[in-house]
Write a protein that binds this ligand. Sequence first.
Ligand SMILES: Cc1cc2nc3c(=O)[nH]c(=O)nc-3n(C[C@H](O)[C@H](O)[C@H](O)COP(=O)(O)OP(=O)(O)OC[C@H]3O[C@@H](n4cnc5c(N)ncnc54)[C@H](O)[C@@H]3O)c2cc1C
Length: 1018
Amino acid sequence: MELHGIGASPLRKEDWPLLRGEGTFIADFKRPGMVHALVVRSPFAHARFSHIDGSAAMQAPGVIDLITAAELPDRGRPIPTRMFKDEAANRFLQKPLADGEVRYSGEPVAVLIAESRYLAEDAAELLSIDYEPLEVVLDMDDAPVAGHLVIERGDIEAAFAQADEVIKEEFRIQRHAATPLETRGLVAEFDAGAQTLTVWGAAKIPHVNRRILAQLLGWDESRIRLVELHVGGGFGARGEFYPEDFLIPFAAMRVGRPVAWIEDREESLRAMNHSREQVHRVELALKADGTFLGLKDTFVNNTGAYVRTHGMTVPGLSISMLPGPYAWPAYRGEYRSVLTNKTPCGTYRSPGRFEVNFVRERLIDIAANRLGIDKVEIRRRNFIREFPHDTGTLFDEHPVVYDSGDYSLLLEKALEAFDYSGLKRWRAQRSPDGFRRGLGIAFFVEKAGPAEREYARVELTGAGDVTVYTGTASLGQGMETTLAQVCSTHLGLPFDRVTVKHGDTAVIPEGMGSFGSRAAMMGGAAVMGASVKLRRRLLERAAEELEAAPDDLVLTVDGVAVRGAPSRERRGSIRLRAFRLPIWNPHGGSRGRHRHRRCPSPPLRRRLRHRPGDQPGDRARPDRRRLRAGPRRSAAGGIRVRRERPAAGRELHGLPAAHLGGGSRHRRAHHRGRAVAAQSAWREGGGGGRHRGGGRRDRQRGGRRAGRRGHPASVEPETRDRAGERMKPAPFEYDDPRSVDETIGLLARYGDDCKVLAGGQSLVPLMNFRLARPGRLVDINGVESLGQVKVENGRLLLGAMVRHAHVERSNDIAARWPLLHDAIVWVGHSQIRNRGTVGGSVAHADPAAELPCALAALDAKFHVLSKRGPRVLRWDQIFVSEFTTSLAPDELLTAIEVPPQDPSTGVAFVEFARRHGDFALGGAAVSIMLARNGTCSDVAIALLSAGPRPVRAEEAERRLKGGQVDDAAIKRASAAAVQGLHPTSDLHGSREYRVKLLQVMTERALTKALQRATRWAA
Ligand SMILES: Cc1cc2nc3c(=O)[nH]c(=O)nc-3n(C[C@H](O)[C@H](O)[C@H](O)COP(=O)(O)OP(=O)(O)OC[C@H]3O[C@@H](n4cnc5c(N)ncnc54)[C@H](O)[C@@H]3O)c2cc1C
């Protein structure tokens, strides 16, 4: 009998429906009569408001209800934290809706319920909210404190007094945010007869969220059912209890119909937990031989505008995991978790450990360099060698004790596996491509399996199939497969017979969910315990009937048999169906040893459960209870913990009021729906959602081509509403001119309320996200003359509507203007290039776009036309800044003129992007000509993603012109090319990184172009 248990590689159980397209994600889930919710969010990071005028919105088509804080019970009850609780921080908890003050951009202020999401979006534009912007707190050092903790172990002052060397450093970890492929979403339904609520779309912690929802509604948990569907990724952020987890069920109760809410990506980025933002000021005391004496870290954690369910988890984990695998005679950790006007924070992949592993290991590297000790050796000398080892820190108020380990052995194994000495030799060699080589080593200790218990129940059916019920959740991590393998191994029945059920609070009474690497560890241990017990019970029962000792029995696919005596096999499992074993994880998990109780006889209904206050571990470690009480020094571990109430200071939460005064700055702002979050071209956002030029009656939605060509389309209201339900962009009017003159006429007439539509590859996504809201589109795809390619007097004239794909495939362009060809193949993917146009790439003016950069190197000219007449602009006249050109609203870019290129010119276009098709982090376009004597007669260097618009490296060009071009000259020119550059720092790369990258790119492009020019000369 093949079990396919632990260690085997069977096909994953969860993949079968997903691969056949039968998955049910929340956006696939529908209920009869379902309506849609839009969460109206603050466009301001900090503002006061006194009134939300929803009268016009309520009159809009399809609108059913508007919910503000005034409609909520107690005007909204605060959402509690669920781990690392800190009473002092409770006054900064978030309520479901802002009530008079918003503290981050994206904070929910109201919920609109309508027949469709699009109708709700349109109605949201009619809401008027009298925002009065307030001062914004972003600087962590200047921010009010929500939580403060100090942990001390050993005599830290003495440790530093004895030190031969003290290393002091400051490390900053930037804000990160999870972006699961599937954004959050919920469908809630209220049964008025039974007075019960069902909520689909739960993830990660359904039972915990049921408890919180019940608490906020003031209900008994039994009236609420949460159901998990397929989940497209969690990463720690998805599935926590958010304001929407209250608002959507509450909306369903109010309107008496099922209510759906699907978060869009922009909402997700602003509203779902962020994480990680910390500044560590850290000091390491050590002896000259590298022995660690003490570690001091004072860090600030930016928790954002509110303390959310995991508000204190990240700083709490950071302070507890900083010591890592090293024996510190003394350790002092202190954090201040502060409030700023940013999205509130929670956990994100390896919360707390990501941050402090970097801090500690970097600090050790610096110490090793300072003392001249090998980086491996300094670690080896300081490992913990005796176990169990009490780190002196706390995890959610419980001492962090490492039970076992052999870090030196691990290190040796890793060095061998990676061939560390070979890598050192490799690093010492010169890289043929000019890169510098580095070799890094870092150590970490990982905690797994938080939350002290887990639920599992294993049932055997009459047909011999097994069902495992688990309190863990599936986030796409393969939990069903893992738990089925655990069950199969310990029960002794094949994997194929095991079905794993999870995520429905109606059939699984309790559970702690999936987070912190706990599903396999805690859920697996619970399933193991239940499976072992079921197996034992089966064999005991069969032993009586078969008159054999249980140890002589084996489980087969059909039943139970006596080893070596098939005739005495008990076929079928008639008696076995009654076996139901609900078992809480009988293993210690994160809270030490737990009592192991024997299961009573079947059928079992009683749950074996371990309460935190009822643990033998507590009795064995009296300090645990005392630590909960506040500032104490425990006799056992020498730990001193101080949890301090935040001092009064700058406040975002109205305590004290002084900070909020700001009386002089009374600016009223009417919020028309959601914020435009991206910086956009100066014509983007044209209509701003306002209804200019033509009333609603002749609006076409969805860009459907109704009406006569060249005339605004007219759609009957009924059709319009139906179309509206399918529309993503805000409503717009649509024109489809056939000639340049007609286009110019339309642009002159509608001015900045309209936008030209070319390939649509940039404009349409912006409109779909409503980051651009033109009142009218002038589609120039039907203007044939704009699609022409001409060569006149050796100059290339590309009509604005020439597609990227044409430039890519034209042999003539590749031969005569190779730089254009080389640049265009980097633009997006072939699908983008098939539609995208050269005019669109220029007019969009993305500083990371290849074409503008190449055109800058080629000294191209840009032909522009309006009713006022033609203009010809140089590249440095048309590109103004990020996504901004000097084209006036009534001007059309008609053609791009590229000067002739001498065939002897050597060209190169190089760039670096994380993946092919992504916008480049940096790049360079070079053309170079050599004189007969080999000196440089002409050169052009343009840089990509180097600033708000293409940059010509004039100083580098000047240095090269007239001189011999060799490796040294190229290096000097590349260094000169990046002098004074200020590329934007963002999450893809810091300013320093980008400058370095641009230098390398310039060097490569020059080298390549030179090779080509030299080949020509030869
Ligand atoms: C997934 C993806 C990846 C991409 N990757 C890259 C990349 O790596 N590199 C890159 O360069 N681009 C990239 N792009 C952008 C793409 O190249 C666009 O096609 C291009 O930026 C715009 O060209 P378009 O014809 O589609 O213009 P549209 O999207 O139709 O218009 C863009 C803007 O230009 C204006 N406009 C267009 N034509 C004219 C005109 N003749 N006169 C006046 N204004 C005009 C429009 O009003 C609009 O504001 C990517 C796009 C996508 C969707």
